[in-house]
Design a protein around this ligand. Structure first.
Ligand SMILES: [Fe+2]
Length: 245
Protein backbone atom coordinates (compact mmCIF):
# COMPACT_ATOMS: atom_id res chain seq x y z
CA UNK A 1 0.00 0.00 0.00
CA UNK A 2 1.45 3.37 -0.94
CA UNK A 3 2.08 5.81 1.83
CA UNK A 4 0.26 9.14 1.77
CA UNK A 5 2.21 12.13 3.02
CA UNK A 6 0.17 14.02 5.57
CA UNK A 7 0.72 17.63 6.59
CA UNK A 8 2.37 16.29 9.78
CA UNK A 9 4.93 14.36 7.68
CA UNK A 10 5.80 17.45 5.69
CA UNK A 11 6.14 19.62 8.79
CA UNK A 12 8.41 16.99 10.34
CA UNK A 13 10.58 17.01 7.21
CA UNK A 14 10.78 20.81 7.37
CA UNK A 15 11.87 20.64 11.02
CA UNK A 16 14.47 17.98 10.18
CA UNK A 17 15.87 20.08 7.31
CA UNK A 18 16.05 23.14 9.58
CA UNK A 19 17.99 21.11 12.15
CA UNK A 20 20.44 19.70 9.61
CA UNK A 21 20.88 22.47 7.02
CA UNK A 22 19.45 25.54 8.78
CA UNK A 23 17.06 26.21 5.88
CA UNK A 24 14.73 24.51 3.42
CA UNK A 25 12.77 25.36 0.28
CA UNK A 26 9.29 23.82 0.27
CA UNK A 27 7.72 23.37 -3.17
CA UNK A 28 4.53 21.76 -4.50
CA UNK A 29 2.29 23.70 -2.15
CA UNK A 30 -1.40 24.26 -2.72
CA UNK A 31 -1.14 28.03 -2.22
CA UNK A 32 -0.40 30.39 0.65
CA UNK A 33 -2.97 28.82 2.99
CA UNK A 34 -1.14 25.51 2.70
CA UNK A 35 2.17 27.23 3.51
CA UNK A 36 0.61 28.80 6.61
CA UNK A 37 -0.70 25.42 7.81
CA UNK A 38 2.77 23.89 7.50
CA UNK A 39 4.40 26.81 9.31
CA UNK A 40 1.91 26.46 12.17
CA UNK A 41 3.38 22.99 12.72
CA UNK A 42 6.92 24.43 12.83
CA UNK A 43 6.22 27.04 15.52
CA UNK A 44 4.08 29.97 16.60
CA UNK A 45 3.67 33.10 14.47
CA UNK A 46 4.84 36.23 16.23
CA UNK A 47 4.01 39.88 15.40
CA UNK A 48 6.56 41.79 13.31
CA UNK A 49 7.65 45.45 13.37
CA UNK A 50 4.18 46.77 12.48
CA UNK A 51 2.39 44.47 14.95
CA UNK A 52 1.02 42.10 12.28
CA UNK A 53 2.10 38.48 11.70
CA UNK A 54 2.31 38.96 7.92
CA UNK A 55 4.63 41.49 6.27
CA UNK A 56 4.30 42.01 2.54
CA UNK A 57 7.71 42.20 0.88
CA UNK A 58 6.81 44.31 -2.14
CA UNK A 59 8.25 47.42 -3.70
CA UNK A 60 6.74 50.60 -2.28
CA UNK A 61 7.84 53.94 -3.77
CA UNK A 62 9.52 56.24 -1.28
CA UNK A 63 12.04 53.71 0.03
CA UNK A 64 14.54 54.03 -2.81
CA UNK A 65 17.27 55.60 -0.69
CA UNK A 66 17.26 52.93 2.02
CA UNK A 67 18.35 49.30 2.40
CA UNK A 68 14.80 48.26 3.32
CA UNK A 69 12.56 45.27 2.53
CA UNK A 70 10.08 47.45 0.59
CA UNK A 71 12.79 48.99 -1.57
CA UNK A 72 14.46 47.21 -4.51
CA UNK A 73 17.92 47.74 -3.03
CA UNK A 74 20.46 45.20 -1.88
CA UNK A 75 20.11 44.41 1.81
CA UNK A 76 23.42 43.29 3.33
CA UNK A 77 23.92 40.35 5.70
CA UNK A 78 21.89 40.37 8.89
CA UNK A 79 19.68 38.35 11.17
CA UNK A 80 16.11 39.50 11.58
CA UNK A 81 15.05 41.56 14.59
CA UNK A 82 18.24 41.13 16.66
CA UNK A 83 16.83 43.58 19.22
CA UNK A 84 13.89 41.35 20.07
CA UNK A 85 14.14 39.02 23.06
CA UNK A 86 14.16 36.35 21.90
CA UNK A 87 14.82 37.13 18.25
CA UNK A 88 12.50 35.17 15.90
CA UNK A 89 13.73 31.56 15.82
CA UNK A 90 12.64 31.00 12.24
CA UNK A 91 11.84 33.20 9.28
CA UNK A 92 9.76 32.22 6.28
CA UNK A 93 9.11 33.82 2.91
CA UNK A 94 6.17 32.66 0.80
CA UNK A 95 6.68 33.65 -2.83
CA UNK A 96 3.58 34.85 -4.68
CA UNK A 97 5.63 36.08 -7.64
CA UNK A 98 9.37 36.16 -7.94
CA UNK A 99 11.24 38.91 -9.80
CA UNK A 100 11.71 37.98 -13.47
CA UNK A 101 14.89 40.09 -13.79
CA UNK A 102 17.21 37.60 -12.08
CA UNK A 103 17.60 39.73 -8.94
CA UNK A 104 15.73 39.49 -5.66
CA UNK A 105 17.56 36.40 -4.41
CA UNK A 106 17.53 35.47 -0.76
CA UNK A 107 21.09 34.58 0.24
CA UNK A 108 21.96 32.59 3.36
CA UNK A 109 25.10 31.72 5.30
CA UNK A 110 25.38 29.28 8.18
CA UNK A 111 27.07 30.51 11.37
CA UNK A 112 29.17 27.30 11.38
CA UNK A 113 30.57 28.17 7.95
CA UNK A 114 31.19 31.77 8.98
CA UNK A 115 33.03 30.75 12.16
CA UNK A 116 35.22 28.33 10.19
CA UNK A 117 36.64 31.31 8.26
CA UNK A 118 36.89 34.00 10.94
CA UNK A 119 40.22 34.71 12.62
CA UNK A 120 40.47 34.15 16.37
CA UNK A 121 40.28 37.92 16.92
CA UNK A 122 37.16 38.28 14.77
CA UNK A 123 35.52 35.33 16.51
CA UNK A 124 36.43 36.82 19.88
CA UNK A 125 34.77 40.12 18.93
CA UNK A 126 31.57 38.28 18.00
CA UNK A 127 31.65 36.36 21.30
CA UNK A 128 32.61 39.24 23.62
CA UNK A 129 31.77 42.53 21.89
CA UNK A 130 28.51 43.52 23.56
CA UNK A 131 26.06 45.52 21.44
CA UNK A 132 22.82 47.25 22.46
CA UNK A 133 20.64 46.00 19.58
CA UNK A 134 17.73 48.47 19.26
CA UNK A 135 14.45 46.74 20.09
CA UNK A 136 10.78 47.10 19.22
CA UNK A 137 8.63 50.06 20.22
CA UNK A 138 6.70 49.80 23.46
CA UNK A 139 3.34 49.83 21.60
CA UNK A 140 4.16 46.44 20.04
CA UNK A 141 5.32 44.89 23.28
CA UNK A 142 8.84 46.24 23.17
CA UNK A 143 11.22 46.05 26.06
CA UNK A 144 14.02 48.28 24.81
CA UNK A 145 17.36 47.20 23.42
CA UNK A 146 18.80 43.73 23.86
CA UNK A 147 22.39 44.06 25.08
CA UNK A 148 24.31 40.92 24.14
CA UNK A 149 27.28 39.81 22.03
CA UNK A 150 26.62 38.83 18.41
CA UNK A 151 27.03 35.19 19.43
CA UNK A 152 25.27 34.32 22.69
CA UNK A 153 24.09 30.95 23.95
CA UNK A 154 20.78 29.28 24.71
CA UNK A 155 22.17 26.37 26.69
CA UNK A 156 24.64 24.73 24.30
CA UNK A 157 23.09 26.28 21.19
CA UNK A 158 24.68 29.44 19.75
CA UNK A 159 22.30 32.28 18.99
CA UNK A 160 23.47 34.65 16.26
CA UNK A 161 22.54 38.33 16.08
CA UNK A 162 24.09 40.47 13.34
CA UNK A 163 23.43 43.55 11.27
CA UNK A 164 25.92 44.81 8.70
CA UNK A 165 24.00 48.08 8.59
CA UNK A 166 24.01 48.56 12.36
CA UNK A 167 27.78 47.98 12.57
CA UNK A 168 28.60 50.26 9.62
CA UNK A 169 25.83 52.90 9.75
CA UNK A 170 24.25 52.64 13.24
CA UNK A 171 20.83 51.85 11.69
CA UNK A 172 19.15 48.56 10.65
CA UNK A 173 17.54 50.12 7.55
CA UNK A 174 20.35 52.52 6.79
CA UNK A 175 20.20 55.20 4.13
CA UNK A 176 22.44 54.13 1.26
CA UNK A 177 24.71 57.15 1.75
CA UNK A 178 24.82 57.00 5.56
CA UNK A 179 28.36 57.64 6.87
CA UNK A 180 28.04 58.40 10.59
CA UNK A 181 31.19 59.18 12.58
CA UNK A 182 32.98 56.01 13.61
CA UNK A 183 32.54 56.99 17.28
CA UNK A 184 28.74 56.58 16.81
CA UNK A 185 29.03 52.99 15.59
CA UNK A 186 28.21 50.22 18.10
CA UNK A 187 31.73 48.75 18.11
CA UNK A 188 33.57 51.60 16.43
CA UNK A 189 36.20 50.83 13.81
CA UNK A 190 36.59 47.21 14.99
CA UNK A 191 32.87 46.59 14.35
CA UNK A 192 33.07 48.29 10.96
CA UNK A 193 36.04 46.09 9.99
CA UNK A 194 34.24 42.96 11.20
CA UNK A 195 31.13 43.88 9.18
CA UNK A 196 33.18 44.26 6.02
CA UNK A 197 34.92 40.94 6.66
CA UNK A 198 31.61 39.14 7.35
CA UNK A 199 30.23 40.77 4.20
CA UNK A 200 33.14 39.38 2.15
CA UNK A 201 32.82 35.90 3.65
CA UNK A 202 29.05 36.05 3.11
CA UNK A 203 29.49 36.77 -0.58
CA UNK A 204 32.09 34.02 -0.96
CA UNK A 205 30.27 31.23 0.88
CA UNK A 206 26.55 32.08 0.75
CA UNK A 207 23.81 29.82 -0.57
CA UNK A 208 21.78 31.72 -3.16
CA UNK A 209 18.07 31.01 -3.31
CA UNK A 210 15.67 32.44 -5.87
CA UNK A 211 12.41 31.26 -4.31
CA UNK A 212 10.15 29.87 -7.05
CA UNK A 213 6.61 31.17 -7.43
CA UNK A 214 4.31 29.34 -5.03
CA UNK A 215 7.18 28.01 -2.88
CA UNK A 216 8.20 28.71 0.70
CA UNK A 217 11.70 29.36 2.07
CA UNK A 218 12.13 28.72 5.80
CA UNK A 219 15.35 29.26 7.75
CA UNK A 220 16.71 29.30 11.29
CA UNK A 221 17.14 33.00 12.03
CA UNK A 222 19.27 32.33 15.12
CA UNK A 223 21.75 30.33 13.00
CA UNK A 224 21.73 31.76 9.47
CA UNK A 225 22.67 35.19 8.16
CA UNK A 226 20.45 36.37 5.32
CA UNK A 227 20.59 39.08 2.69
CA UNK A 228 18.64 40.15 -0.37
CA UNK A 229 20.09 41.04 -3.77
CA UNK A 230 18.76 44.09 -5.59
CA UNK A 231 16.07 43.67 -8.21
CA UNK A 232 14.28 45.71 -10.87
CA UNK A 233 10.96 43.88 -11.37
CA UNK A 234 8.33 45.80 -9.35
CA UNK A 235 5.87 42.91 -9.55
CA UNK A 236 7.97 40.82 -7.11
CA UNK A 237 5.80 39.84 -4.12
CA UNK A 238 6.61 37.72 -1.08
CA UNK A 239 5.00 37.44 2.34
CA UNK A 240 7.30 37.24 5.37
CA UNK A 241 6.57 35.39 8.62
CA UNK A 242 8.37 35.33 11.97
CA UNK A 243 8.09 32.09 13.90
CA UNK A 244 8.92 31.41 17.54
CA UNK A 245 10.24 27.96 18.39
FE1 LIG B 1 15.72 40.48 6.78
Amino acid sequence: MSRTHTSDDRAARIRDALDVDGYTVVENLKGQRHAIELLQDVGRFVPQYGGTVEHEVVYRPGNDDRAYSQSRNTIRAHTEAPGWSPSPRHLALYCHRQARCGGGRTDLLDLHVLCAHLTDEEHELMMRGTIAFPGPDADVGGTGPVTVPMISYDGERPVLRFSYNLLTAADYDAALDARPPVAQLPLGQAGMDLAHRVGELFERHRVQVLIPDGALLVWDNQRMLHARSEYADEARHLTRYWIAA
